[in-house]
Design a protein around this ligand. Structure first.
Ligand SMILES: C[S@@+](CC[C@H](N)C(=O)[O-])C[C@H]1O[C@@H](n2cnc3c(N)ncnc32)[C@H](O)[C@@H]1O
Length: 223
């Protein structure tokens, strides 16, 4: 199986407007991701009082879960490049009465407006798979800057399976012709990037989201 990632042909501006549009019905078309995200949040093991950052929070499906885990003394921060996603997430957080426990900003994962060593946990689900290959290490070094010593990063992304039905050949064929049709996401291998970026205690797990979408959950600690 090839370790090479297909390159991303969508600019950040295109990705932003694609997700502005997808925000209208995003939860309806991504129901199948819930199991993989639940597993990743279990691995994240967020403690009461923790400061957590979610990068690319989308409609905010995971923000409220994180906010409940960190309890009254913790806080959840988030950054997303799409203003429509930001609005959706703020609404959903308000509906759960968790606005006080969250702080969400509009911005790019590769240039984050947070101070270094600010977070115990950084969580990012189905985001790095739409970032172009040369930018992924830049974002991971940003995550390292933002994590406290001993802090943990947990990532979820589309990947390739080893079976004929999940080797993603057809998916990549479609992606090469119309990346927007697939939300800009292509399969990648996360753990390899974590290793190259100097994280330690790297772990990974393969799951089929919704019994179908090959997904990698990868986690690691900062020195
Ligand atoms: C596939 S969605 C995943 C949303 C959410 N994490 C989830 O799992 O439901 C990708 C999200 O990442 C955001 N995004 C894409 N590129 C980004 C970047 N460079 N910086 C911050 N957010 C980004 C998009 O706006 C979108 O909300």
């Amino acid at each position: 199986m090839s370790e090479e990632n297909v390159s991303v042909s969508l600019s950040s501006r295109k990705i932003r407007s694609l997700y502005d549009f997808l925000s209208l019905f995003y939860n309806l078309i991504t129901w199948y991701e819930a199991g993989a995200q639940k597993k990743a949040l279990e691995i994240a093991d967020m403690k009461e009082g923790a400061k957590v950052l979610e990068v690319g929070f989308g409609t905010g499906k995971n923000l409220s879960k994180c906010a409940k885990k960190v309890g009254n003394t913790g806080k959840v921060y988030g950054i997303d490049i799409s203003s429509k996603m930001l609005n959706r997430a703020r609404r959903s957080i308000r509906d759960c009465d968790l606005s006080e426990k969250t702080d969400l900003v509009l911005g790019d994962a590769s240039e984050e407006p947070f101070l270094e060593s600010s977070f115990d946990v950084i969580f990012s689900s189905y985001v790095l798979d739409l970032i172009d290959t040369p930018t992924i290490p830049r974002i991971l070094s940003e995550f390292k800057r933002l994590l406290k010593p001993g802090g943990r990063v947990i990532l979820v992304s589309l990947t390739k399976g080893s079976k004929w039905f999940d080797n993603m050949k057809l998916y990549e064929w479609i992606y090469a012709r119309s990346p927007s049709l697939l939300g800009g996401c292509r399969p990648i291998t996360l753990a390899r990037y974590l290793q190259q970026s100097g994280f330690r205690h790297i772990g990974k797990k393969f799951v089929r989201a919704g019994f179908l979408m090959p997904t990698e959950i990868a986690w690691a600690d900062k020195e």
